[in-house]
Design a protein around this ligand. Structure first.
Ligand SMILES: C[S@@+](CC[C@H](N)C(=O)[O-])C[C@H]1O[C@@H](n2cnc3c(N)ncnc32)[C@H](O)[C@@H]1O
Length: 326
């Protein structure tokens, strides 16, 4: 059975984390099976499969782009490892209970069901899936059926996670929503957590657990140094801290509080780096450049400084993006 093949491949990915080229090979093999079943390649480069879908705050990436996320190898490996560990932890904390998972934004391959469900029994884990892109959820539903995993899915919702009211929300043990990009650009992870966290039980775990956008300064490279020295100068956004402002009664603000970084002083800098640190679960993080989600932005500092202060703020309306002014 194909789900047995996927089970073997998923287990091998987790066992081969320290060998990224092996993990890549295994994910490519899963991708081959998924391509065969879904015929995504034959759906063509039609506009509807390439266009982003607007949400109440932010945009949802297209079907094709969402499918391609599977091939962000370190991302997929680390999220897979984290999800399996978290489900096992929840099983320990809630023996004899079904572990309920809410999956917001599954894309056409729904990898955090299709790679994970085969490792468990359907009496152990149940998923509810939500996706805004109708074509993506249709493909995901069909793939789940073809892999004989339908019994793991309690509900399919075609809706916007930014505004969705989750039926029976307190029953969920885990919220999974990989709806983010580097610098938290455009996608709706932040407004989704803003909307969903107050609805869920306090003990509901989230994957990724948090995203921290942080600024560092680098110093000019000295002779004999391989890399530039760096120092962290400020947290621009800590998502979990920021969304705590919503107890369930607040509307999404236009933007979060700004932070100003002052570059004047004795020290001379080479560049400013803005990192997106993705905290997936416990000690599992996506570090700089490990994935498309953690690509840093590096800006050269030119002296004399025209303006010593750089102000960042995360805007949520009308578009979702990090803004910089000085
Ligand atoms: C980055 S892709 C990830 C796909 C898949 N879960 C994975 O990890 O490979 C994000 C998915 O979430 C969906 N999405 C983004 N924002 C959404 C929203 N506000 N409501 C529902 N789905 C959303 C997108 O359509 C896309 O399929």
């Amino acid at each position: 059975m194909l789900s047995n093949t996927i089970k073997k491949l998923s287990t091998a990915i987790i066992d081969n984390q320290s060998n990224p080229s092996k993990a890549k090979e295994l994910i490519d093999e899963i991708h081959k099976h998924f391509l065969e079943i879904t015929n995504i390649a034959d759906m063509g480069e039609g506009l509807q499969n390439l266009a982003a879908v607007p949400t109440a705050s932010g945009a949802a990436i297209s079907l094709n782009h969402a499918a391609a996320c599977l091939l962000d190898y370190r991302r997929t490996t680390k999220f897979l490892d984290a999800m399996v560990s978290l489900i096992r932890e929840k099983q320990q904390q809630h023996p004899n209970e079904i572990i309920n998972i809410f999956y917001a934004g599954c894309g056409p391959y729904a990898p955090f069901i299709t790679l994970i469900a085969p490792l468990f029994n359907s009496k152990e884990v149940q998923f509810s899936i939500l996706e805004i892109n109708t074509a993506s959820i249709q493909v995901a539903k069909n793939l789940i059926k073809e892999l004989n995993l339908s019994e793991y899915v309690s509900e399919y919702y075609t809706a916007d996670a930014v505004t969705f009211q989750i039926p029976d929300a307190k029953k969920y043990h885990i919220l999974f929503s990989e709806t983010l990009d580097a610098l938290l650009y455009r996608e709706s992870y932040v407004p989704i957590l803003w909307n969903m966290l107050p609805q869920l039980s306090e003990n509901c775990a989230v994957i990724p657990n948090n995203v921290i956008v942080e600024a560092s300064m680098t110093f000019p490279k000295q002779e004999g140094e391989d890399t530039k020295k760096e120092k962290q100068v400020g947290v621009i956004l800590n998502v979990r801290e920021a969304v705590k402002a919503n107890d369930g009664s607040k509307t999404l603000p236009e933007s979060f509080e700004p932070i100003t970084i002052n570059l004047s002083g004795e020290e001379k800098y080479s560049t400013m780096i803005v990192d997106t640190k993705v905290h997936i679960h416990k000690d599992i993080w996506l570090y700089r450049n490990e994935s498309s989600l953690s690509i840093p932005l590096e800006m050269e500092i030119v002296y004399p400084l025209e303006a010593p202060n750089v102000t960042f703020f995360y805007q949520l309306k009308p578009s979702v993006e990090l803004k910089l002014s000085n």
